[in-house]
Write a protein that binds this ligand. Structure first.
Ligand SMILES: [Zn+2]
Length: 143
């Protein structure tokens, strides 16, 4: 049976779940949190690498900051888009004010910036606030 690796959005442990059928229920083997939770996960330096390195599904990261108006405008669109990709893409957020090392590491110049990672590598980057449909269209190319 083929399996895909999903990183728990709550405890950041890697779980392997069957990929060959419609999954109705999947809980983290470590903490019991639902792996179907599509709410974007907030990442720091430590959890960021766990998701980027261990996830078999694309990780869609919104680099934002609390003082950024367009970021706040995009936040509900990002959540809305995330809800369409259970077990297909992991949506995540990096607060660049709290974690400047991460924005430096990826050379973030303007926010919001969305970077899509697959198998540990950046595969796409877009800057500026997007509506939900644009985010869904973008992620669909990689999920
Ligand atoms: Zn967990």
């Amino acid at each position: 049976m083929s399996k895909i690796k999903i990183v728990c959005p709550n405890c950041h442990k890697t779980n392997a779940i069957p990929s060959n059928k419609e999954v109705k229920k999947a809980n983290c083997g470590n903490c019991g949190h639902s792996l179907l939770d599509t709410h974007p996960v907030s990442l720091d330096e430590n959890s960021f690498d766990k998701h980027i390195q261990n996830s078999d599904i694309p990780v869609v990261v919104d680099f934002w900051a609390p003082w950024c108006g367009p970021c706040k405008m995009m936040a509900p669109n990002f959540e809305n888009a995330a809800s369409r990709f259970p077990l297909k893409a992991q949506f995540a957020k990096v607060n660049t004010e709290d974690h400047p090392y991460l924005s430096q590491r990826f050379g973030i110049r303007g926010i919001p910036t969305i970077i899509i990672f697959k198998n540990g590598a950046e595969v796409h980057r877009v800057s500026g606030a997007l509506d939900a449909n644009s985010i869904v269209g973008l992620v669909s190319q990689f999920a």
